[in-house]
Design a protein around this ligand. Structure first.
Ligand SMILES: Cc1ncc(C[n+]2csc(CCOP(=O)(O)OP(=O)(O)O)c2C)c(N)n1
Length: 291
C-alpha cells in the first residue's frame, strides 16, 4: 500500500481526504468495535463482518455521497447491504459517520433494541431491510432504474456474499440490470469463499463468477478486498463501461485480522470467549503498531 495516496477525489469534496494509511488504521479500530459489540451482545456474524469491513470503510469514507445530513435527500447515493447478517460491520461504520451515537450499539440484540442482528430501516443510515439473502441486488436494480427514469445522478451500490449468490433472484436482477444498461449500479462481491456451513464451492458452486456476470452483460473487475489503494483505484474507475452495470469481485478473507478466525467456517457466527477476545484485541493492537 502506498501510504501517501490521498483519497477523496475532487468530485467528492464532502468526503474527508483520508490517506490509505489512515483508512487502514480506521479499519483496525472498526474491527475492534465489531468484536466488542458482538461480545457484548453474545451474538453476531463475526467472520463475514471482518471480511467486508475494509470495503465498507472505503465506501463510506471515500465513495458514497451519503451522510446524516443528506440521508433524506432523493439525490443521495444508495448503499444496500444484501449480506444483511454482517450488520455489525455496517453499524460500526454508520456510528463512526455520525448517523447515531456509538453508545446505542451497547443495546445490540437486546430486548426492544432497534439494533437487531440484521439491518432494518428503524436505524438511521440503513437504506433497506435485508437478511433474507438474495434481496439486495434486486432492490438495488430497482433503485438504479428509478434514478435513470428520474434523470437523477445518484449511484447505487450493493454488497453481496458469495454464499448468497446462488439465490435465483440475483440472476434475474443481473439480467435486468444489463437489459436496462444500469451503469449507475455497482455490485460488490465479498468473495471470501466460505458461507455458513462450508466452502461456497462445496455448498453450491457458482464459478466462474466473472465469466457468468460478463456473459450477462456486466463489466467485471477483480480486486484485493483488503488493499486500500487497490479498492480506491477500483471504485474511482466506476463505471467500468458506459451502458453496463459494474461488478467488483473483492477477494477477501473471512475473519480477516484475527488469526484463529481467518478462513475458519466455525467463525461464521461464533462469539469469542473472554480469552479469545483478549487475544483478538491484542493482535489488532499489534497490527496498529505497524502504522
Ligand atoms: C434466503 C436465506 N437463506 C438462508 C439464510 C441463512 N444464512 C445466513 S448467512 C448464510 C450464508 C451466507 O454466506 P455468504 O453470503 O458467503 O456470507 P459471508 O460468508 O460473507 O458471511 C446463510 C445461508 C438466509 N439468511 N437467507
Amino acid at each position: 500500500m502506498n501510504s501517501n495516496t490521498t483519497v477523496g477525489s475532487q468530485k467528492q469534496k464532502h468526503l474527508l481526504a483520508m490517506t490509505a494509511k489512515e483508512l487502514a488504521k480506521k479499519s483496525i479500530e472498526y474491527r475492534k468495535k465489531i468484536l466488542k459489540y458482538i461480545v457484548g451482545a453474545n451474538a453476531g456474524h463475526t467472520g463475514g463482518s471482518l471480511s467486508c469491513i475494509d470495503i465498507l470503510n472505503v465506501l463510506y469514507n471515500h465513495v458514497l455521497n451519503v451522510n446524516p445530513e443528506n440521508f433524506s435527500s432523493p439525490d443521495r447515493d444508495r448503499y444496500i447491504q444484501s449480506k444483511g447478517h454482517t450488520v455489525e460491520a455496517l453499524y460500526v461504520v454508520l456510528a463512526d459517520k455520525g448517523f447515531f451515537p456509538e453508545t446505542d450499539l451497547g443495546t445490540l440484540c437486546k430486548y426492544k433494541s432497534n439494533y437487531i442482528g440484521h439491518p432494518t430501516k428503524k436505524v438511521k443510515g440503513v437504506e433497506q431491510n435485508t437478511g433474507a439473502l438474495g434481496h439486495g441486488l434486486p432492490i438495488a436494480v430497482g433503485n438504479a432504474i428509478a434514478a435513470k427514469m428520474d434523470d437523477k445522478k445518484f449511484r447505487v451500490f450493493t454488497l453481496l456474499g458469495d454464499g448468497e449468490l446462488p439465490e435465483g433472484s440475483n440472476w434475474e436482477a443481473a439480467l435486468t440490470a444489463a437489459h436496462y444498461k444500469l451503469d449507475n449500479l455497482c455490485a460488490i462481491l465479498d468473495y471470501n469463499k466460505l458461507q455458513i456451513s462450508g466452502t461456497t464451492a462445496e455448498v453450491c458452486n457458482t464459478e466462474p463468477i466473472d465469466a457468468k456476470f460478463e456473459s450477462f452483460g456486466w463489466s467485471v473487475k477483480h480486486v484485493d478486498g483488503h488493499d486500500f489503494d487497490a479498492l480506491i483505484k477500483t471504485f474511482d474507475a466506476l463505471p467500468f463501461a458506459e451502458g453496463k452495470p459494474s461488478f467488483i469481485i473483492a477477494h477477501t478473507v473471512k475473519g480477516k485480522g484475527v488469526s484463529y478466525m481467518e478462513n475458519n467456517v466455525k467463525w461464521h457466527h461464533g462469539v469469542p470467549d473472554e480469552q479469545q477476545f483478549t487475544q483478538a484485541l491484542h493482535e489488532l493492537e499489534e497490527a496498529l503498531t505497524a502504522y
